[in-house]
Write a protein that binds this ligand. Structure first.
Ligand code: RUB
Length: 319
């Protein structure tokens, strides 16, 4: 496991932008700690803290946890000076503890949906509680089911071009002793058509108020295939990732990354020079393809707009 340490907010922002740190939960917590770091470095200068918050929020536009945790931190302090440093340290710890508690609880709720003998497909890396880095919802469900003694098998999609599914998810599954098979992103339709997959559980970067889901590009394609084959499709997320200010998936900004991340692998070209490429980092899965949204408050089903609103009433403090 790699431990990173950052002494400057700019370094941390670069690490989020360059995907050294990634995944919605993990970058959300980094946002919280980034604001604290700014307070520590500036000895509690409010203007400096606010500017650091804006810098952190500009790093990646799709995952809503980052915006929410930064805003929550910046709105939470009063005054200036060393007292602000102490206030923000306490707040950052509160946010991380809350997230861990949510992940534990949503893991319990989601594991109830998993049956003994199930094969579950996941996409990208939605890490497990206590795994490599914080954040993570899909693996929290999978890991809880495994720890309950259910004999499960996981299909993890490699997730080109960053290969989170093979580099990180397969690593964590191995670490937790959960049997798994690595597939490339384009194999899910084949595996579903052969009844090799019973359920799909993915993470989420943002869920809009009507239940549309933004998650790693490829998620939509898996959801379509799952619908075609009558395979339940879940997203595992905390209520913190539901964005009630965004009415539907159409309003979610999808991060477009540099095309060289598609035409090269670690700087080595894999396409003829000058080839045009596209890299939308996420896609939007419409709510009609989603069976349920697993949260720490329970599993939310259609009609999503109404049922998500009920969740909002219980968690208003986070919005
Ligand atoms: C990561 C990704 C993950 C979600 C949920 O994308 O799409 O599925 O962020 O992760 P990227 P988690 O690698 O581009 O950040 O449940 O860990 O928050």
């Amino acid at each position: 496991e790699i431990i990173y340490s950052f002494s400057e907010v700019k370094q941390l922002a670069d690490a989020i932008r360059s995907m050294m740190i990634r995944g919605s939960g993990a970058i959300g917590l980094c946002g919280a700690y980034g604001v604290y770091l700014a307070a520590y470095q500036s000895k509690g200068d409010p203007e400096n803290i606010k500017q650091a918050g804006e810098l952190l929020k500009r790093t990646r536009p799709t995952a809503v946890n980052l915006m929410k945790t930064v805003d929550e931190m910046v709105a939470s302090f009063k005054g200036s000076g060393e007292d602000v440093v102490a206030q923000l340290e306490e707040k950052a710890v509160e946010i991380i503890e809350r997230q861990l508690q949510f992940e534990y609880q949503l893991g319990e709720n989601g594991a109830e949906l998993i049956e003994d003998g199930d094969t579950i497909m996941t996409h990208c890396h939605s890490g497990a509680l206590g795994g490599a880095g914080y954040g993570g919802r899909a693996l929290s469900v999978i890991r809880t089911a495994h720890e309950q003694g259910k004999k499960i098998h996981v299909f993890t999609c490699e997730t080109r071009p960053y290969l989170q599914g093979s580099r990180i998810t397969a690593y964590e599954l191995k670490k937790f002793g959960i049997p798994h098979t690595l597939i490339t992103d384009n194999m899910s339709g084949f595996c579903m058509s052969k009844r090799m997959i019973d359920k799909v559980v993915v993470g989420s970067d943002r869920v809009s108020a009507n239940g549309d889901l933004a998650n790693k590009v490829g998620t939509y394609m898996h959801a379509l295939a799952a619908k075609e084959h009558g395979i339940p499709f879940f997203t595992a997320t905390s209520s913190h990732t539901i964005d009630f200010h965004t009415p539907s998936g159409k309003a979610i900004e999808v991060e477009m990354r540099d095309s060289s991340e598609v035409t090269q692998i670690k700087g080595v070209p894999i396409a003829p020079e000058g080839t045009k490429a596209l890299y939308p980092s996420f896609d939007i899965t419409p709510n009609r393809l989603i069976t349920g949204i697993i949260t720490e408050k329970g599993v939310i089903q259609a009609p999503f707009e109404t049922n998500l609103r009920k969740v909002r009433e219980k968690v208003d403090i986070l919005q």
